[in-house]
Each structure stands twice: as C-alpha cells, then as structure tokens.
Ligand binder design. Structure first.
Ligand code: OXD
Ligand code: MN
Length: 562
C-alpha cells in the first residue's frame, strides 16, 4: 500500500526547504519577537501607541486581498462527493501539483509550526489542528483567531483526527495560487496567497470545509453563522444563530448595541459556529474561533460601536488607510478623511478611489469586544433557540418570516440569496443563491448537506425555530423599507418572543409573518420566485432530498396555484 496523504504532506513540508523551523507556543514573548522581526522587515507598521496601543498595520500585496474561490478545490476521490457547487480535482493530481509547487517554496524563510485548538480547549466538541506556514503575518493572526496549544498536546490525539494544513506564500503569483482541501484525509494545502480566508487555515478551510465533512460523518453541523444571546428585561437570555451571505450584516447583528431599555445583545460568535445535538434534544453552539477577522469599511459608531471599541488595542489592521497621526482610517469609520491620508497601498490618497481597500480587515481577540458573552468559552456551548437565514433581496422576500417547521426552515436556508444593487455593481438584480450562506464553504456535496441537515433536525426534540430575514427589501422607489441597524433589536426581541410563545404570527403561503410590521406578500413576485427556485433546486443535482422539491410544491399549493 502506498503512503497516506498525511505522510505525503509531512514529506512535502520537508521538501519546502525552509531555512529553519520554529514550533510556536502562542506566548506573548513569541508575539513580541514576531512583531519586532516584521517591523524590521517593514512588513508591519506600528500604530499610534497612545490611541491604538498594541496595534499594527500590514499592507498585503495589492493583488492578494480576498478569498479566491476559483482556485479553491475540494479533492475527493469521487467527483460527485464534492458536488455541483464546488471546484473539484482528483486528490492524486492535486497532490502532485502541490508537491511541485511547494518544493523549495520556503527556501530562505522560516517554517512556523502552529498547533492549535478550534473551540474551547476543554470542550469535547473542539478539534485540534496544526498549520505549517512560512508567513509570520499568518502566525500573528492565529495568536488572536485560534487557541494555540503546546505541540505536545497533539500526541494525545489520533493523527487522523488532527486537521493538518500546509501553507506557503510561494511567490504570491495568482497563476500559482491554489487552496486544496482533502477532506477524506483531513488535510489542506494552500499556496500563493497570504490573505486571511486563503491562508489562515483555521478559519474557512478547517472550521467550515473540513469540519462540515467531519460533521456529516459524526452527526453535527459546521455553519457559517454568527451566534448571539439576547438578554431581556427579566434577565432571560435567548440564543440565536444566523447565517447570512457575505456583506449582509452578520457581524454587525452579532454585536448590536441595544438602545431598547432592558435589552442587551451578547456576542458568542460573529462568523462561525459548530452545532451539536445535546442530550436535552436542543442544538448547542460553540464558536471554533477566539477572535475576529472582520471587514473594516462600513464599521462606525452607528453600525457597530462594539467592534470599534474592540479594535482600539491589540489589533492587526490589514489594508486600511493611515492618518498623519498614525491612526487607522476607513470609509464609514465616522470621521472625515483627514488631510495627509495615506491609502491602503501606502500612497498619498488622491481621492480617485477608496482610501481603505473595500475588503480591509481587522484581527482582534474575542474578549476585547464589550459585548463578548461570558458564556462563549463554555465547553458545552450555548443552547440555540432560533436560527435566522438572511438574504439580500430588493423585492419578493419580506423583512421577516418564520418557517412552519425544521424541514421548511431548511428549504428557506437552501433558498437564501443575495442580490446586487446598482450601488454595488452597476448591474441590478443579479441574484446569487448562497445555500445556508455555505456556497463557498461546504466541504462536500451541497445536496448531501441538505440531507444531513434534515437528519440532524430529526434528532432534535426541541429544534430551534427557523426564520428568514431580509433587511434589504425596498419600495418601488428603491428606498429601504426597514431602517436597520439599532432598530434591528426589535426584530431580535420579536424572534425571542416567538420562541417563548409570547406573540402571535399570521399564517401566509410563505410562512408565519409577524403582525404589526406592515408586511405585504406580492403573489406575482412569488410566482416568479418559484420558477427561479425550480432552476436552483435543479442545479443541485439528483442527490438533493426529495423533501426540498416537496417544499416547493407545498409553497405553490399554499398559494393555490395548483
Ligand atoms: C468571509 C469572511 O469571507 O468571514 O465570509 O471573511
Ligand atoms: Mn465569513
């Protein structure tokens, strides 16, 4: 029998020919040494120590600023196991390609070995991982985003249970950039990018793509969901998870600063969660991460004051603009751009484009956020009473409605979409379906993931209620119907009251709609939507559970179309 892929990956790590190897321990001393080295190499700029203590700016290569889905692959032996929504490559072919790209790729560099836990260190739901990288920027980010553990802890784990990742910046050329996932052997190989989602393997690669595959086999779910706890006047906390496609307000909602007297939002996660079926028949969530890696532009005092407070110290900023006082600046921060601003590429800002890159980021430790939930590190997680699937639609889909049951809720999750507007792309109404907000993050066949969600639901004696939220519905003049931001607390309050059976809802063909919000359902638009959903379901192939087609037929029946 040939060598296992894992053995081949270890061999591959040796072949990178790194000058030296450093086993990381996550200590403050290590952080200090790395920042000193990066400051000397001009890979970091120290920000104003009085106003932004412990903060640094990193500028990436200008062509390496976002996740690259085109070169992200799921390499399963059978193509059908990756499914119609993923790029696929045969694992042998992918392995060979990566071997040749990694050979000598770390020459002249240090190889950092970072052992870590995803999830609270003492939780039975956590997973151990190891990332080998030649990027000190990656290591710094990992100090905040995952819990780095002593390397010796890895030996207490079955090697096959460890998520193993090899990353190299390579020469950063887009033609030689690949993010290869091998879910059947729990490994990832990524080369050619230093950008977060491509290079911080703990985040999307491990915590979603590999973990979703593991969760399918073990009966749990890895989701692209924020988690918050809504505390009400009586002190009762209702935990709500929410999956929204990118740029649909997930992070802001998870940290909402409530102005409703007696109500408070506690943040458990702003991006990811792992959901397990508890002995009590409820779904329990942990946050596999321990920090935030979030988009800066648009974060300001009105949209997310908690995040602004979280990034005032010990934060790594990437691709933001810099003021003459050595402070970070981005569009939407809430202050006028000062004279003498330097743009994200280090040039004097000439106002011809944005000063900060639209995908500029900050990386900060979780507990710096004033709304961080004290329950976030609980080994068993928090019990989820409601799940929100969020979309971005100008018409058809109203502000808020509730699924009739879990299966209908999964149909809503399968259908979520975000629609571009003239303001963002110049093209109106381009609809991108993003099932469960997991389109780029599911490590196996999306249709099988629907079956798995139905199976998990069948094990829940107290399933969460499922809601669909669309904060972006517009009137005929293109004006948003819902003010959003601080008003969203009223929607969370409504959801919690539905969970506890304290308010009624109106039954309509699309689901249960809140009373008193002036919600209208436009039948003609829904007739078109049903046709679009035919195409969407079709596109997921014949492994899609029949139940989803039944849900679509039921929708038509409830409208009385046949
Ligand atoms: C994303 C992110 O791309 O969280 O979804 O960075
Ligand atoms: Mn995300």
């Amino acid at each position: 029998m040939g060598r296992s892929l894992l053995e081949e990956m270890v061999e591959l790590a040796k072949e990178t020919m790194a000058d030296n190897v450093k086993i990381c321990d996550g200590s403050a001393k290590e952080f200090e040494e790395l920042t000193q080295k990066m400051l000397a190499d001009r890979a970091l700029i120290a920000l104003n120590p009085k106003t932004y203590p412990g903060c640094f700016l990193h500028r990436s290569a200008p062509h390496d600023v976002a996740r690259t889905e085109k070169v992200t692959f799921i390499c399963t032996r059978k193509k059908d196991d990756a499914g119609p929504t993923n790029n696929w490559m045969d694992p042998k072919e992918a392995g060979e390609k990566m071997t040749s790209l990694f050979r000598g790729s770390m020459r002249g560099r240090t190889m950092y070995v970072v052992p870590f836990s995803m999830g609270p260190v003492n939780s039975r739901f956590s997973r151990l991982g190891i990332e080998i990288t030649d990027s000190p920027y990656v290591v710094l980010n990992m100090h905040y985003l995952v819990r780095i553990i002593p390397a010796t802890r890895l030996s207490s784990e079955e090697p096959k249970d460890i998520m193993y990742g090899l990353h190299s910046l390579g020469d950063l050329s887009p033609e030689k950039r690949f993010i290869m996932h091998f879910p059947e052997t729990n490994t990832v190989a990524s080369i050619g990018s230093g950008y977060g989602g491509n290079a911080l393997l703990g985040k999307k690669c491990f915590a979603l793509r590999l973990a979703s595959y593991i969760g399918r086999d073990e009966g749990w779910l890895a989701e692209h969901m924020m988690v918050l706890g809504l505390e009400d006047i009586s002190g009762r906390i209702t935990y709500i998870a929410g999956a929204f496609p990118s740029a649909c307000g997930k992070t802001n909602l998870s940290m909402l600063a409530s102005e409703l007297p007696g109500y408070k939002v506690w943040t458990v996660s702003d991006d990811l969660c792992w959901l397990h079926v508890g002995a009590d028949g409820r779904l329990w969530a942990i946050n596999p991460e321990s920090g935030f890696f979030a988009v800066a532009p648009g974060t300001g005092p009105a949209t997310n004051p908690n995040m602004l407070a979280a990034v005032k110290r010990n934060t790594i900023f990437t691709n933001i603009a810099l003021t003459p006082a050595n402070e970070p600046w981005w569009e939407g921060i809430g202050t006028e751009a000062p004279e003498g601003l330097v743009d994200w590429q280090g040039r004097p800002w000439d106002k011809s484009g944005p000063a900060a890159h639209p995908n500029a980021r900050f990386t900060a430790p979780f507990h710096q956020c004033p709304s961080a939930s004290p329950e976030a590190d609980k080994p068993n997680g928090v019990p989820i009473s409601a799940i929100i699937f969020g979309g971005r639609r100008a018409d058809t889909v109203p502000l808020l409605f509730e699924a009739f049951d879990w299966q209908h809720g999964m149909f809503l999750g399968l259908s979520i979409a975000s629609e571009t507007t003239a303001a963002t792309t110049g093209e109106i109404g381009v609809l991108r379906r993003d099932p469960f907000a997991m389109l780029p993050f599911t490590g196996y066949n999306m249709a099988d993931s629907v079956r798995h969600r139905l199976e998990v639901g069948a094990k829940l004696s107290r399933p969460p209620k499922v809601f669909h939220l669309n904060l972006f519905a517009q009137d005929d003049e293109g004006k948003y119907l819902w003010p959003g931001f601080k008003e969203n607390i009223r929607l969370l309050k409504y959801i919690a009251e539905r969970v506890h059976g304290e308010v009624s809802a109106k039954e309509t063909p699309i689901g249960l709609v809140p009373n008193g919000y002036g919600i209208q359902i436009d039948e003609a638009q829904w007739e078109k939507e049903a046709v679009l959903l035919d195409t969407h379901l079709e596109s997921l192939g014949n492994r899609l559970p029949e139940e989803m087609w039944e849900e679509l037929a039921e929708l038509r029946k409830r409208f009385g179309w046949y």
